[in-house]
Ligand binder design. Structure first.
Ligand SMILES: [Zn+2]
Ligand SMILES: [Zn+2]
Length: 148
């Protein structure tokens, strides 16, 4: 089954992956219900009994859903945390994952990889670093060639 990964932003919102939204026909303003059962979060259209349920949320701009306060607390979620999304049928299964890593150099969250233990770099900074390393190697070769 396909898994999508999205992280919780600083405003406790998470983007429902577009293919899922499209399949379910969820649009801006659609009411959804997020339940935490102690293991995973399920997001679905409100069912009977959900009318007064405290876990009701709404699809916002760009497919973002505000995670209801009770779910945040009980699932011990935190901004920056990665959530995995699977879509086995009529509801979305969301599982909390590890923290989203930021680039140690520029703070970007885009295409970040671990390069050394506890050092994470984004693609752009990795390229910059490699280019700088190449320059210094060339400089050293030049100095050797010049007998300096
Ligand atoms: Zn509910
Ligand atoms: Zn970077």
């Amino acid at each position: 089954m396909k898994t999508w990964r999205r992280f919780i932003d600083s405003g406790w919102r998470v983007t429902i992956p577009k293919p899922i939204r499209r399949t379910l026909g969820w649009k801006n303003g659609t009411e959804v219900c997020a339940h935490w059962d102690g293991f995973e979060i399920t997001i679905c259209c409100p069912k009977i009994g959900c009318v007064k349920c405290p876990d009701i949320s709404r699809v916002g701009a760009l497919g973002k859903v505000l995670i209801p306060p009770r779910v945040r607390e009980e699932a011990r979620l935190y901004p920056g945390q990665v959530l995995s999304f699977t879509f086995p049928g009529n509801q979305i299964i969301v599982k909390p994952e590890e923290q989203q890593f930021r680039c140690s150099a520029c703070g970007s969250e885009h295409e970040v990889r671990q390069v050394l233990p506890n050092v994470h770099l984004c693609k752009l900074c990795t390229q910059k670093l490699e280019a700088a390393a190449l320059q210094s190697v060339k400089g050293a070769e030049y100095r050797v060639a010049q007998g300096k």
